[in-house]
Design a protein. Structure first.
Length: 161
């Protein structure tokens, strides 16, 4: 393999490792499951929940935890990117160290997201049955919209026979 080809192969391999580590862990604000769904669903109906003082304090804490998790993920991914650039600048990049760094970044991001998710779930646990119905209904609506989008996507991308 020529030197340029080796560098390209190493860069491609490192990019795959970084993408696998980062892409498998969606940020808090992206669509998807987990903490983002709970937070977005609850936030979407905050006005209908009539939170009491204690719940409002928990709300503020959950928002702060979500923001902290998002900022932490951005910082962690920026550090991983810098480490990747530095490693790929070497004559013989250590892809194993990049894989370990990507794993560490993913683990730290998951831990931060779990902390935020737990804050939202703790808030939800204080809800009255009526408040929980409001959240349940918005989650059902979101699931229905996602299912409709999935079906639309499948129809557009179905093999033409």
């Amino acid at each position: 393999m020529k030197p340029f080809q080796a560098i390209r192969a190493a860069a491609f391999g490192a990019a795959l490792l970084v993408a696998a580590g980062a892409g498998a862990q969606p940020a808090m604000h992206h669509h998807g499951g987990g903490a983002a769904n709970f937070a977005m669903a609850i936030a979407a109906v905050k006005g209908q929940l009539n939170l009491n003082t204690s719940q409002q304090q928990m709300w503020d804490n959950a928002v702060a935890a979500s923001r902290a998790a998002h900022q932490s993920a951005r910082s962690n991914l920026a550090s991983l990117h810098a480490a990747t650039v530095a490693e790929l600048a070497k004559a013989e990049p250590d892809l194993a160290s990049l894989a370990a760094a990507a794993d560490d970044t993913a683990a730290r991001n998951v831990a931060a997201r779990h902390q935020a998710r737990d804050a939202w779930l703790a808030l939800y646990a204080t809800f009255t049955p009526d408040q929980k119905i409001v959240v349940r209904d918005v989650l059902r609506q979101r699931m229905a919209r996602m299912e409709a989008l999935r079906q639309k996507w499948q129809q557009r991308h179905a093999p033409h026979g």
